[in-house]
Design a protein around this ligand. Sequence first.
Ligand SMILES: Cc1cc2nc3c(=O)[nH]c(=O)nc-3n(C[C@H](O)[C@H](O)[C@H](O)COP(=O)(O)OP(=O)(O)OC[C@H]3O[C@@H](n4cnc5c(N)ncnc54)[C@H](O)[C@@H]3O)c2cc1C
Length: 399
Amino acid sequence: MSDDQATVSNEAVSMSLGEEFPDIREAVRRICEDFPPEYWRQVDEREGYPTEFVEALTNAGFLAALIPEEYGGAGLPLRAAAAILEEVNASGGTANVCHAQMYIMGTLLRHGSDAQKRKYLPEIASGNIRLQAFGVTEPTTGSDTTQLKTRAVRKGDKYVINGQKVWTSRALHSDLMLLIARTTPIEEVKKRVDGLSTFIVDIRASLGKGLDIRPLKAMTNHNTTEVFFNDLEIPAENLIGEEGKGFRYILDGMNAERVLTSYQGVGNARWLIKTAVNYAKERIVFGRQIGKNQGIQFPIAKAHVETEAAALMARKAAALFEAGRPCGAEANMAKLLAAEASWNAAEAAMQTHGGFGFAREYHVERKWREARLGRIAPVSTNLILAFVAEHVLGLPRSY
Ligand SMILES: Cc1cc2nc3c(=O)[nH]c(=O)nc-3n(C[C@H](O)[C@H](O)[C@H](O)COP(=O)(O)OP(=O)(O)OC[C@H]3O[C@@H](n4cnc5c(N)ncnc54)[C@H](O)[C@@H]3O)c2cc1C
């Protein structure tokens, strides 16, 4: 199914309005109680990886939510996975540390061979190996993904990979990487989306043998890296699906990614709003609660309204996705709304806390930094607006 179809047929897709997956949410909240905001502050300060948290989530089966039961997973729908990530963020943590496993999975699930699924999925479900790295973005081509320069050339029973990725999150904390590379030069394809292929790269087997990974220090603790491929040889059997169709496979997964990150944005916003409200009630200045001032109330209330709207759109996108219907428009709109709601909630929380918003022990500055990312990655708001303008409104392509 094409992801950029903007219209849906009139056939009904139902969507419940009650709390989604309350039992799962409650179980995730209980796990998160063992990892309070103070835990996340310490991980952030040492720019570490929250191994204990990821293990707890894995052991409870939540990171295998989308893996079918026959491969040892829970076989849950996308909304359940999204609810898990939302709750992590709503607890003051950050689901970014492990969310990729959920959306990368889709490419392997939908387009991988039986042999690949049998080889990797049970190991991922059990937590023996992590699939947390997704190599798409490149330094010279950025959002213009089809222009990416990393090449994979077939030589007998191997592919030889040369090129560079940037911002590959968690590559140093993952066993496998999903990689997109060009297998047919762009001059030789009819459409620029053709000739790109997706591969599973075994990071453990490749480090030092043509694969070099260097940490890229960033504003938030996202364990980002630069990845260099220098004549890296990988088995041809690591190609996912058909050669040359990788961009379509990735696009398939992008709607799932948009839905999941929308729920995460909503979770972020909920934590920030709750924290701002509590502080606004407690803090007394000029002999009264600061929350009595409309200048404090209104930005928080507005962020709440925006968060509810984002949650509704995210739920719609998820319902369409699960029904196997086109959801590119809804997934993109949800992503934009959630990113804006999360950022506005962060701004409201920061302003409400005044100087203490800067104090790390209040956790607001950390969530504020994390909230800013949603407007840039995994897709920037401009690119979403360009998509809506062109594919939903029928305006001329702007780039
Ligand atoms: C912390 C972090 C983690 C990340 N993790 C990953 C990861 O795991 N894997 C991965 O592959 N990538 C990852 N990324 C990369 C991320 O997906 C990109 O940064 C993002 O897609 C934007 O690409 P760019 O940075 O190259 O910006 P550019 O494409 O250079 O764009 C720069 C600015 O120009 C705007 N712009 C560009 N073209 C247009 C246009 N036609 N119309 C209007 N505006 C335009 C963009 O909206 C943006 O604001 C991560 C990034 C960050 C910061």
